[in-house]
Design a protein around this ligand. Structure first.
Ligand code: MF3
Ligand code: CO
Length: 255
């Protein structure tokens, strides 16, 4: 069910979202050459729990870890493990936390050491895609306006927009209606109208090359077909009367 959150519920989501943002900040500090993705997962899990929250992803549909760590051509849902971060990698970290019955969900793509300029550009434009979407995250527009803005910006750079995975409503469940595609979806048309109190996770997944992806035999990890890099940028967002509020920022200098 698509739920409209009260002011009190939004404050609960803000508290969950702050933990997610702070966890991502820790992940950015830790994402250095020589660190394993399992070490990142362990630290994120401990940090979330130290704040009295629970990692939303652990055991979700059988997911085995507390965060997702997706390197280079991996798009999303990479499972933390033995992988050792290398100079020039990009690392997408996706974090969810539940506090007092409400979830926050956000992702960033970090640079490990010296990353190639064209890959840095991909990461920058993926963040821009999110903010292009935010221009339409307000009453008077519809869900599809967000996706169309994201798609236009990504495709104007020649990038591929992943179709198989999309953003979502969020609240007492990590995934709630409505679907929030990062493209104009002709099957769903213009989508629902945005109204004050709607809470959504907007999460462009943008590929340097083609939009096509495949899933590993592990049942989770999503990777680009053409093995070119992919970036992810996600925040939990509240629709208000005017500007949307972002509940999962990492800090003023470097959202
Ligand atoms: N953050 C992801 C999303 O936005 C969820 C990760 S899937 C999980 O949908 F299984 F790891 F939880
Ligand atoms: Co999400």
């Amino acid at each position: 069910m698509l739920t409209i959150k009260s002011a009190a519920e939004i404050e609960k989501m803000r508290a969950a979202g702050r933990i997610v943002g702070d966890t991502l900040k820790l992940m950015r500090e830790m994402a250095q050459v020589g660190v394993t993705t399992a070490e990142l997962d362990k630290a994120a899990d401990a940090f979330i729990r130290s704040k009295g929250a629970v990692p939303s992803f652990l055991h979700y549909n059988g997911y085995p870890k507390s965060i997702c760590t997706s390197v280079n051509a991996q798009v999303v849902h990479g499972i933390p493990g033995k992988y050792v971060l290398r100079d020039g990698d990009i690392l997408s970290v996706d974090v969810g936390a539940e506090l007092n019955g409400f979830h926050g969900d956000a992702a960033r793509t970090f640079f490990v050491g010296n990353v190639a300029p064209e890959v840095r550009e991909l990461v920058k434009v993926t963040r821009e895609c999110f903010y292009e979407g935010m221009k339409f995250a307000r009453p008077g527009y519809r869900i599809s306006d967000i996706g169309q803005a994201i798609q236009n910006h990504a495709e104007s750079h020649g990038y591929g927009v992943v179709r198989e995975l999309i953003g979502h409503g969020i609240g007492t469940h990590m995934h709630e209606p409505p679907d929030v595609p990062n493209y104009y979806d002709h099957r769903t048309g213009r989508g629902v109208r945005l109204t004050k109190g709607m809470t959504i996770a907007v999460e462009p997944m943008i590929n340097l090359g083609g939009k096509e992806v495949f899933v590993y035999d592990d049942g989770w990890t999503v990777e680009t077909r053409d093995s070119l890099p992919s970036a992810h940028y996600e925040n939990t967002v509240v629709i208000t009367d005017d500007e949307p509020q972002l509940l999962t920022l990492m800090g003023v200098d470097d959202d």
